[in-house]
Design a binder for this molecule. Structure first.
Ligand SMILES: [Zn+2]
Length: 414
């Protein structure tokens, strides 16, 4: 079965462009925050396309959307594919959307070829992959996997203080959140097509990547309490400068991440809040937010332990008080060997070059991996640029991804 005659890359690109114009910002900038007017219009557009393709559409209580192509054996668990359509402020049009509309195109290609899946094939559009509104990424898939409980979800608020409950119910999702979590047999397998968001595929001139591992961030908040005072009157001996203490910890994280000797260990301090933040005042309090990632949870936790003992050490030497708090630490995911083999076989049959790689960004598949065998399929994006309006993936790159996805879905659903 060769998908090429049925694959309409023009149709797919035109749908991606139409979806991109549904934005809270002036095009070509894409901004689509979950449950905003733009998000709801985008959902309506995509659901319409799914219905046109003859898929049956339903939504869960948090707005995760499922569009199903029935199999000849209707009782079998479906092969899933999909991604997200929400977008951070000032984003581009490919992140997530390539996996949703590309997944739909793969289904339409198989339909046009007269393929009859034995298992259902189900397109999934996850709610709020981006953490913009509620400060937590992968809201929809987290809840599907049961990682975020209904009680924890109900406690979420956005920056304006509006509750998740209010926002979802305004958006038309009113069922009990208890119904969102799925059992382990709900999906037979799941594949997410996505842009790489890094430069490797383009640099190496490779069509697609088979993602073997998805790294997961652990996020630790470090709060340092020192002693403030006048920057002139207070002399250097005996100072308890919270920012000087924080500076040691920032450099320590860099050193700790490098010390594992593994290229996949990364550590970042992305937030440093200084109180009171005046030029003539000794910093009395500093809050650091750290992000520590690896594909090996043991190695990642070793870095976290190094940071905790560095905090003890700095606390003692500098006579400040340091509190650490784990904001989250999701386990990394290992992709399923059988799906990876099926994708590799599909890539070969399609005449596409491929390599195996690690995803250093996390995706909904990280959480889907808790309840189903998963794998991801990456396509190149220009310059590795993502989360910016100039994000770009060429029609050929997208076409290769959809081609390999279609062949894989056909194989897995047969
Ligand atoms: Zn994404």
């Amino acid at each position: 079965m060769d998908p090429r005659p049925a694959l309409s890359i023009d149709r797919l690109i035109s749908e991606l462009n139409t979806l991109a114009k549904i934005s809270s910002a002036e095009p070509p900038v894409v901004t689509r925050i979950v449950f905003s007017e733009a998000d709801l219009r985008a959902r309506t557009y995509v659901k319409g396309l799914c219905r046109e393709a003859g898929l049956s559409v339903h939504e869960d209580a948090i707005g995760n959307t499922f569009a199903r192509w029935a199999g000849t054996e209707t009782d079998l668990a479906p092969v899933g594919t999909g991604s997200h359509i929400d977008a951070i402020p000032n984003a581009g049009l490919y992140d997530g959307c390539v996996g949703v509309l590309g997944g739909l195109e793969a289904i339409r290609v198989l339909q046009q070829l007269g393929f009859k899946p034995r298992r259902p094939i189900e397109l999934v559009i996850f709610t709020a992959e981006e953490p913009t509104r509620f400060g937590i990424g992968c809201l929809g898939s987290r809840m599907m996997a049961g990682v975020l409980s209904p009680a924890q979800a109900l406690a979420l608020r956005d920056k304006e203080g509006r509750t998740l409950e209010e926002l979802r119910s305004n958006a038309g999702f009113k069922d009990a959140l208890e119904s969102v979590a799925l059992s382990r047999d709900r999906f037979h397998q799941f594949i997410e097509l996505h842009i790489e968001q890094g430069p490797i595929l383009e640099q190496d001139g490779i069509d697609v990547a088979l993602v073997t591992h998805i790294a997961a961030p652990a996020s630790m908040r470090i709060t340092i309490e020192g002693e403030g005072g006048h920057a002139g009157a207070r002399l250097m001996p005996g100072r308890k400068d919270a920012l000087a203490a924080a500076a040691e910890l920032i450099l320590k994280l860099e050193a700790a991440a490098k010390s594992t000797g593994a290229i996949d260990t990364v550590g970042t301090v992305g937030v440093c809040e200084v109180f009171p933040g005046a030029v003539n005042s000794i910093p009395s309090r500093v809050r650091l937010e750290t992000d520590i990632r690896d594909i090996d949870p043991v190695r990642r936790d070793a870095v976290i332990d190094m940071m905790k003992s560095a905090c003890d050490d700095v606390e003692r030497r500098r006579r400040v008080s340091i509190m650490t708090e784990m904001v989250n630490s999701d386990p990394p995911a290992v992709c399923d060997a059988a799906i990876l083999d099926a994708m590799e076989h599909a890539a070969r049959a399609a005449g596409k070059t491929c390599k195996r790689m690690v995803s250093r960004a996390y995706h909904d598949s990280l959480f889907m991996a808790r309840i189903a065998p998963v794998a991801m399929l990456f396509i190149p994006c220009r310059g590795g640029v993502s989360h910016r309006p100039d994000e770009y993936a060429s029609p050929e790159w997208i076409g290769s991804g959809v081609h390999v996805l279609a062949r894989t879905l056909a194989a897995l659903s047969s």
